[in-house]
Ligand binder design. Sequence first.
Ligand SMILES: [Cu+2]
Length: 132
Amino acid sequence: MNAGRKLSSLGFVLILLGTAGCAGGTGTPPPAPGSASASGSGSGISPTAGPGTITIKDFTYGDPLTAAPGATVTITNMDSAAHTVTADDGAAFNTEVKGGGGTATFMAPTKPGTYAYHCTFHPGMHGTLIVK
Ligand SMILES: [Cu+2]
């Protein structure tokens, strides 16, 4: 009788510990995206060259972007249609970015030069990436 009681009360305590652990795990709210990027700028990977961004809007890539060799280039697509950033030479880079504010990244070529690119979906779209 006594042994049975001890076992059941022990189980009860374990359940309490279990729920307390769960509450503690979910009690910390995730950091807001804005604050995360703000603090992230302090520990940037490349202090000399900021991250390059190509913003696609109204089926245009905007001004030519200059990026350091091997730098990460971010593409933001404000159009509703998906686009690609595809090097005209077909090998340097080729990245698709979804529409509606979608983003994608690719690595700039490590060889300095001027790289013309286009969108495979819309042959009239042309842009320029300068690596130096
Ligand atoms: Cu396109």
